[in-house]
Design a protein around this ligand. Structure first.
Ligand SMILES: [Zn+2]
Length: 519
């Protein structure tokens, strides 16, 4: 990072703090141009106000569940809601309103055992909007046609919200960045572009059309439905971490060295980054990863050669920073849009599971900063599926960044870096998962970071898919995780990732914890 970038950053930080509450919602909603000011998030000052609003009355815990439209169609809306209340003591519904992914929509993932409820067959997920589109909200959007077809006219907001409310439940709509580029006409107009010029699988946070599309949906949902809140899942971590393979997916060279679209190049330039050097840096880093994966230890060692690249191309870090600051801007934009449509709506962000595994990603997810444009945060200490996921993460980073160490040493290093000492070794990790103590530690860390400004609702892992011979959720795991979250200072939890893959016996573990807490 050169000097001008440093100064720009400090100015931006001051402007950010000053700028809070200075910009009217209408400016945000109109797609106000934020280019070149990555940290100047024009969001309203509402911390104290929000904390006041969301303070649970009579110590009642916030018990939310993520649920897709398929479950309501399969099991019937009222029956489904009754089951959630009875088994899980659920009082907040988080219906998935937009996704093209299986994590939040459809039935059980094929290959996984079907749970003890719902239709006992696997299904196809097309995806899109699971609520009716009101065309006037998309008049200026390049994306207009994205209603999910597989459930007919069923509307997860209009058909569910009034009935949930009648049963005393709150409703927070849920959506995520899971797109099917083949099924969305004009997707290329909102897409990210990688360092090789290829169109990617997600949107670019700096693309004005992408911003308009997302804000149009938020306006539509919050204007046309009596919602209590909204949560968005932006499960991406930018070009640097992607290139370095710092994730728990399949190991290999990244296809997601994003974003180098014209909007990002212009913004990078305006921010004082040498964009050509950034591009060259990422091409060099990609070549370095390829040679690391395929060859023996370099003469100077892997870590030293990687550090040499950072010294040669400081733009690698600058471009990564541009990415996650742009993601924060998107949070700010959606926050303002939602508040304009419904000032009482509670708006929050799901922070992906990786935040508990990767020190690189954790360093970017500054909960204290996020609290400026969130009414709540959902960190994801998913302790059961963390077993196989974290083991894979360790294998991935060991095979690229940390080749100077053995996998077991890399795991120990990460336990120390992230404050999770004492958790299982690499042999046992995939089958035992992580403890409820890990749920407590991440919860406490988040609560401490935001200093009580907003509530923290950790995600609780109930049957998030793992291999059949790997750690599988048990009722006692769910109960222990929920109790650990409460004890660590969370006023609520979000049962994750979706009802359709949860066993009722495991969901009941949450209900048991709640009954024990209120007893
Ligand atoms: Zn871009």
């Amino acid at each position: 990072m050169d000097d001008s970038e440093e100064k720009g950053s400090e100015n931006s930080r001051r402007t950010f703090l000053k700028g809070i509450s200075a910009v009217p919602f209408t400016a945000l909603a109109a797609g106000w141009n934020l280019a070149g000011t990555p940290a100047t998030l024009p969001v309203p000052a509402r911390k104290d106000q929000a904390a006041e609003k969301t303070k649970p009355s009579n110590d009642k815990k916030f018990v939310a569940i993520q649920i897709g439209a398929r479950s309501f169609v399969d099991e019937g809306v009222d029956k489904c809601l009754d089951t959630l209340q009875e088994k899980g003591a659920v009082n907040v519904l988080m219906p998935t309103v937009f996704t093209y992914g299986r994590g939040l929509a459809g039935r059980q993932v094929p290959g996984q055992p079907l749970p003890d409820h719902g239709v006992q067959e696997y299904d196809e997920v097309h995806g899109g909007s699971y609520t009716k589109l009101h065309p006037e909200f998309y008049a200026n959007s390049v994306i207009k046609d994205f209603r999910a077809p597989e459930l007919g006219e069923f509307d997860i907001l209009a058909d569910v919200t009034p009935r949930a409310k009648a049963k005393g439940m709150q409703v927070y709509c849920l959506f995520e960045e899971a797109y099917n580029t083949r099924l969305i006409p004009n997707f290329e107009k909102i897409a990210e572009v990688d360092v090789y010029g290829r169109i990617g699988g997600s949107t670019c946070h700096n693309n004005p059309e992408a911003r308009l599309f997302l804000t149009s949906m938020v306006k539509d949902w919050l204007t046309n439905n009596d919602l209590d809140g909204m949560m968005w899942e932006s499960e991406r971590q930018g070009p640097l971490n992607n290139t370095l393979g710092a994730h728990f997916g399949r190991i290999g060279r990244s296809r997601s060295i994003n974003c180098f679209c014209t909007h990002c190049l212009r913004k990078g330039k305006e921010t004082g980054i040498n964009v050509e050097r950034a591009r060259e840096g990422y091409l060099a880093l990609d070549r370095w990863v390829e040679s690391s994966l395929g060859s023996a230890r370099p003469n100077d060692g892997t870590f030293v050669s990687l550090w040499g690249l950072f010294l040669e191309y400081p733009e690698l870090l600058a471009w990564q920073r541009l990415w996650f600051r742009s993601q924060e801007e998107m949070y700010g934009l959606l926050y303002g849009t939602a508040k304009e449509a419904n000032p009482k709506a509670q708006v929050g962000w799901h922070i992906m599971h990786l935040v508990t595994m990767s020190p690189f990603y954790r360093a970017e997810q500054d909960y204290a900063r996020l609290a400026h444009f969130a009414d709540f945060i959902k960190p994801c200490p998913y302790n059961n599926c963390a077993g196989p996921r974290f083991a894979q993460y360790i294998r991935n980073v060991q095979s690229i960044v940390f080749r100077d160490f053995t996998p077991e040493e890399v795991l120990e290093l990460h336990y120390k870096l992230l404050g999770n000492e004492g958790e299982p070794n690499l042999d046992k990790l995939p089958t035992t998962g992580l403890s409820a103590g890990y749920v407590a530690r991440e919860t406490r860390r988040t609560v401490d970071d935001v200093q009580g400004a907003i509530p923290i609702y950790p995600g609780i892992d109930i049957d998030i898919p793992t291999g059949l011979n790997e750690k599988r959720t048990q009722p006692s795991d769910v109960k222990a995780a929920v109790l650990a979250a409460f004890k660590a200072g969370a006023p609520g939890v979000v049962l994750s990732r979706k009802y359709a893959e949860m066993k009722l016996t495991n969901l009941a573990g949450a209900g048991d914890a709640l009954r024990e807490t209120s007893a």
